[in-house]
Write a new protein. Sequence first.
Lengths: 247, 249
Amino acid sequence: MLRFLSLFGQYFILLKKVFSKPEKGSIYYKQTMREMVYLGLNSVGIISVISFFMGSAITLQTAYNTENPIYPTYLIGLGCRDSIILEFSSTISALILAGKVGSNIASEIGTMRITEQIDALEMMGVNSASYIILPKLIATLVFNPLLTLLSITVGIIGGGMAGTLTGVITLQDFIYGIQYAFIPYYITYSIIKTLFFAFIITSVSAFQGYYVNGGSLEVGRASTKAVVFSSVLILLFNVILTQLLLS
Amino acid sequence: MIRVNNIDKSFSGKKVLDDISVTFETGKTNLIIGRSGSGKTVLLKSIVGLHDIDNGEIWYEDVLFNKLDFKERKEIRKQMGMLFQGSALFDSMTTEQNVRFPLDMFTNKSMEEKTETVNFCLKRVDIINANKLFPAELSGGMKKRVAIARAIALNPKYLFCDEPNSGLDPITAILIDELIKEITEEYSMTTIVNTHDMNSVMEIGEKIVFINEGVKCWEGTKNEILKSDCEILNDFVFANSLAKQLRSS
């Protein structure tokens, strides 16, 4: 318990350092742009592929579970849309990104720590936590909602294609279903969740990397911890945010 | 001048530095020597403020450095340059970007002026045609040189070197030592070098401090070190068979 409280305190001390005034705005801007490419743009491929197949699977499973002729077939489109918007595009994408981006952040910062690059920054009088972590945080907070929107779009396209190609639903019915009883707030809900998840992935992974002590073995352990802790926190906050935002 | 008064430092209850007092003089290459694990790096990192000391004082000229907060230390840190054991070059930056980094961060110079300073520093450490190379593409000796170039980019008053020639062949090690000595004299800096290499001691040591198990055991010059009656120091200085033979002859 004491160790948990100590870690918790250390995490907030790090966040305080991260959110202190940047030394030079122009350098932070360049860093943020660089991180958007590394952490955001480079994740477009994996998010698109996963979302496409996720949408396809959801459509086929919904169709399998609504074979009863009482249910109109357009409900398959509706089910696919709501599942993707409410849960899959934000939560599953966040779990995927926790693995990809989280391990990347923890290992990058951990390596900087063990090779004394962080000491070199501190030595020069640069706030290393802010210089290294803040651009990553801004980049993921800006880019991850765009990835979620991309995931929703590609997921629905995937669902439509799987549904029509397998013959479980016509394209007209699917399009009618995804438009039927649409609640725009679901998109807002999904984006809010994504913002929380982006913050968790980046800050928890950066925390794990920043306090690495030792060698390459510890960097590996920090990466693993970053993914595990981020994933657990994402699932925990998924429940909390769902209760808060949808109840 | 840097003055250290009665400093102590412990990690998890284990005392690593015990009541160390020493003055490092301006324009001289001051050496901290000792066996691996004797506390040299902790002492150096405490002097530059990377470790907070438990007791004692660290003075930079007439400023009590260890009582300053992060913001107040910044002004003095701009006057420091440090060469780390593993060079600590930023992996994601090219040679040129590494050397330019302190200039980008702390000056308002134009890009032309910065490029001119970068090229001057790189030329000073004999790095030619490597501006666009990344640290992974440089040899160990080149990395040390680039790190020295980065350390002197802001024309510092204080230069700190942690094991500058570890992992280098003897000839490159001597070249790096000579470069540190030349730069110290040229810029009239206060330089502190951590080393366990006796070649460095005899090559560049003007003032030498010997640390053993966190305690200062001896201080003097390179001429005095060979005639010392400090038993532990003699074990360190005459550790290899060649030195033992020379001593007995």
